[in-house]
Design a protein around this ligand. Structure first.
Ligand code: SAM
Length: 183
């Protein structure tokens, strides 16, 4: 299944000494909920590798690019025809903006960690709030992607997985696929 618009994440403000867990979860949550990859605007190869390791084992083509320059990433994305959605508690209401965003071909969803630079609000094509209340980049991103894809992201397949989880009423069931299984 192909979800539209294609979405990518740009993580800004990551501090390696305190944001590793949250940034990893930004990557894993966005992967599970339909995004295609994440650009990390900080040098933290460990976080990038751990996201890609999970992506590799559980299937699909999600990537994490370490150490991008956030402004160049945004400008290049817009030059290539994409639109930038900045998630911020100060933005327009998700429920008012989402129909227009759904019409775009590809979007870059920007989430912060520490205080977001002022020019981010000007560079964004859309500043969007998931409720105009402070909370977390993980919850904002999860709700945003679910509203964007209207629940279809829950039907996604993750091809070429080494580990497949089978839905189970009680307990845990997984299948381990070998290279041979994948062909
Ligand atoms: N204190 C920071 C500031 O003033 O810019 C924000 C910190 S917040 C923990 C980290 C990120 O979560 C924000 O940059 C934003 O991307 C996201 N976020 C938090 N609340 C949000 C909301 N209500 N709607 C959309 N995004 C939100």
């Amino acid at each position: 299944m192909n979800l539209k618009p294609i979405s990518y994440i740009l993580r800004i403000g990551h501090r390696p000494e305190r944001d590793q867990r949250v940034t990893t979860h930004v990557g894993l949550s966005s992967r599970a909920l339909g995004a295609s990859g994440m650009y990390l605007a900080a040098d933290d190869q460990k976080v990038s590798d751990s996201i890609e390791d999970v992506a590799h084992r559980f299937g699909g083509t999600y990537f994490c690019e370490n150490n991008v320059k956030w402004k160049s990433c945004i400008k290049q994305f817009q030059k290539d025809g994409g639109k930038v959605v900045h998630l911020t508690m100060y933005g327009l209401r998700l429920q008012d903006a989402i129909a227009d965003i759904r019409k775009e071909e590809k979007i870059l969803v920007v989430v912060g960690a520490e205080k977001v630079p002022g020019d981010m609000y000007e560079l964004a094509d859309y500043n969007v709030a998931v409720a105009n209340q402070p909370h977390s980049e993980i919850s904002a991103l999860a709700l945003f992607l679910d509203h964007l894809y209207e629940g279809k992201e829950l039907e996604l397949d993750f091809p070429e997985a080494e580990i497949e989880v089978l839905p189970t009423k009680i307990g845990k069931t997984t299948i381990k696929h070998t290279e041979y299984d994948k062909d």
